[in-house]
Structure formats: structure tokens, C-alpha cells
Design a protein around this ligand. Structure first.
Ligand code: NAD
Ligand code: SER
Length: 319
């Protein structure tokens, strides 16, 4: 295990940030994880003893004050605007995602932060990719502003590594499914909403159309991959942008069939919206062999074990 003294998490109250922060607290000590977000309220799951500070990642002065004060040596930069929200206001998406990244790079270089994690997404893909098993080095021609910012973020990570020796790394997350915080305005949010609606109303209207297969991953695997990558020695990495990772893929009707095994009278219908076009530009499955080779990645959950765990956890929570 790498011995980070103090960890900063940005976007720490989001879908991934809240569960990642909790795991980092368990691993490194609650007093060593500084959780930040632009939101006001800290969720119950993180506990009242958590260190929480309000931070807009566009505020460079406040960001550097926090890095200095807490002597931060590792950053998990998760604050971002998602694909769905990004298409509603593409210029704001560029502003938050790119200027947020630039502030993190500048501050990390200035204050000699040991290691930085900036996630990317399957949204980096678009035109000219094979639908199945898209490889680590495939062409990156996204069709959403969110995807454009993720490609630029990856290339900047690699640039900062070579130019400033900044140890920056990341993962191309597929759609992440979780039972705690809700996702924040993405194209794959349907794969979380469907569980809430199945338990509450036994019915879901999907904004992603029948037959649209997308790569997905359960949150425990997302957290595992993130921490594994951040604890891997730099010498082992052959990729200084973002690694492909994968777990399983499904269409809306396939996940509905899995849910029906546990909630037999569940029904799904379809009303695609603007997110359908984004989903169609993404791959159906991802080749993660480089991550498996370089740092031993493999997922623990498949669609069946994820569905069972989601329904158990959410049923308890929604009671
Ligand atoms: P989320 O939308 O749930 O959380 C993002 C957090 O960032 C939110 O809590 C939001 O309040 C915060 N934020 C937004 N603007 C901010 C600003 N200016 N300053 C500070 N905080 C700000 O997203 P998430 O699912 O937790 O995603 C985290 C990262 O993982 C993002 O970079 C996202 O692009 C990436 N990612 C997520 C998924 C997924 O399915 N969840 C998939 C691919 C990539
Ligand atoms: N889950 C994300 C989204 O739908 C993928 O990056 O935007």
C-alpha cells in the first residue's frame, strides 16, 4: 500500500466521490481524507467526523489554500459535468471540466503532490470505433462535449507526466451502478434509476432504447479499480493517460430480465430522448487487457451478482 499522508477528493459528494471517500477513510484514516465539493450538505453515509470543505474547483486560490494547509500528497479529482448535463450547456461543461483539470494540474505541480487521479469515460469514443471490444489505443473521436473534455483531459495527463514529471493517471469508467448517491446527469443514469423504479413502482420507462448495449460496472469494482491503480508503482504503468476497464455490458431489456428474476411483475417500456444519440456513439464492450496485464485488474461482479446486491441494498434503503 502507498503511504499517502493526506488525500484530497474533489467532487467528493457525487455518485463515485461519496463511496470512494468512505473507502479511502477506512483505508487511510478519517482524519487523512479531505472531502470537497461545490455542494453544501455532507451525506449521512460519510459520517459527521469527516473533514468536509466546500470547494469550487474553478477557485484556484481556495484549492491551493487547502493543499497547503493539509499538506495534500494525493488528489482524486472527481468534480465534473456529465454527458447529459453537458449537452444542455456545452460551454459550461468545457469550463468546469477543463479549467477544473488545469487548476488541479497547476496546483499539483506547484505543491509537489505525489500522485493525481483524474477519471475519464467511455464517452471518449464515438466515430470510427468497432462496437465490440474497443481497444486501449483505438481512435478517440467523441460526439459529446463531455467526451471532448475527457479526451483532452487524458492527453493533458500524459503531457503533464512527460513535461513536469507529474504522476497523473486515470481510468475510462464505463457506466457506474450504485445504491448510495444517485448519478449526476449522465447517459447511463437509466441503469441506476431502473432499480429504484422497479422496487418502488414495478415499472420503468427507459430513455435508452431497446437493443442499445452499453458497458457497465458495479460501484465496488469501480472503487477497487480506482484504489488499485492509485496504489500501483509508476514503473508498472505503460499508459500515462487513462486505462480501459470493463466488467459487463447489457441492453435495457437484458437488465430488465435480470430484475424480473427477483421482481417477477416488473415491466419496462421505452421512450428514448436526446441521450439515445449519445449512447449510440459509445461502444457496446471494452477490451481491458492492458489494465489486466499492467496492474492485475479484474472485476468481482457480473450482471447477476450486481443485480441481486442492488435489489437487496435498495430494498432495505427504500423501506
Ligand atoms: P457526479 O455528477 O455524481 O459527481 C460529480 C460531483 O462534482 C458532484 O457532487 C458535483 O456537485 C461536483 N461538482 C460539479 N461541479 C463542481 C465544481 N465546479 N467544483 C466542485 N465540485 C463540483 O459524478 P460521478 O459519477 O461521481 O463521477 C465522478 C467522475 O467520474 C467524473 O469525472 C465523471 O466524469 C467520471 N465518470 C463517471 C461515470 C459514472 O457512471 N458515474 C462514468 C464515467 C466517468
Ligand atoms: N456514466 C457516464 C455518462 O453517462 C459515462 O461517462 O455520462
Amino acid at each position: 500500500m502507498v503511504n499517502y499522508k493526506k488525500i484530497l477528493v474533489t467532487g467528493g459528494l457525487g455518485q463515485i466521490g461519496s463511496e470512494l471517500s468512505l473507502e479511502l477513510q477506512k483505508r487511510y484514516g478519517i482524519e487523512n481524507v479531505v472531502i470537497t465539493d461545490i455542494k453544501n450538505e455532507i451525506p449521512e453515509v460519510l459520517g459527521q467526523n469527516s473533514i468536509y470543505l466546500k470547494l469550487d474547483v474553478l477557485d484556484y486560490e481556495k484549492l491551493t489554500e487547502i493543499i497547503k494547509k493539509y499538506e495534500i500528497d494525493a488528489i482524486f479529482h472527481l468534480a465534473a459535468i456529465f454527458s447529459g448535463r453537458g449537452e444542455e450547456d456545452p460551454f459550461n461543461c468545457w469550463n468546469v471540466n477543463m479549467n477544473g483539470n488545469i487548476n488541479i494540474f497547476k496546483a499539483a505541480i506547484e505543491y509537489k503532490v505525489k500522485r493525481v487521479f483524474i477519471p475519464s469515460s467511455m464517452a471518449v469514443w464515438g466515430i470510427g470505433i468497432p462496437k465490440e471490444n474497443v481497444s486501449q489505443d483505438s481512435v478517440l473521436r467523441p460526439t459529446s462535449m463531455y467526451g471532448v473534455t475527457k479526451v483532452a483531459g487524458e492527453r493533458l495527463c500524459e503531457y503533464m507526466f512527460h513535461k513536469y514529471n507529474l504522476d497523473c493517471r486515470g481510468l475510462r469508467y464505463p457506466g457506474i451502478i450504485s445504491s448510495e448517491a444517485l448519478p449526476g446527469g449522465g447517459t447511463t443514469d437509466y441503469a441506476v434509476e431502473i432499480f429504484y423504479e422497479a422496487i418502488k413502482h414495478k415499472k420503468y420507462t427507459s430513455y435508452i432504447d431497446k437493443g442499445t448495449k452499453l458497458p457497465m460496472m458495479y460501484m465496488p469494482d469501480c472503487i477497487k479499480a480506482t484504489i488499485m491503480l492509485m496504489e500501483t508503482d509508476v514503473e508498472k504503468l505503460t499508459c500515462h493517460g487513462d486505462y480501459n476497464i470493463a466488467a459487463f455490458s447489457f441492453t435495457p431489456e437484458e437488465i430488465a430480465d435480470e430484475i424480473k428474476k427477483l421482481i417477477p411483475d416488473f415491466e419496462i417500456d421505452y421512450k428514448p430522448d436526446f441521450r439515445q444519440k449519445i449512447a449510440e456513439s459509445w461502444p457496446a464492450s471494452i477490451d481491458d487487457s492492458v489494465a489486466r496485464r499492467d496492474w492485475g485488474w479484474s472485476p468481482d461482479y457480473d450482471i447477476t451478482t450486481m443485480t441481486k446486491d442492488m435489489i437487496e441494498k435498495l430494498s432495505k434503503k427504500l423501506k
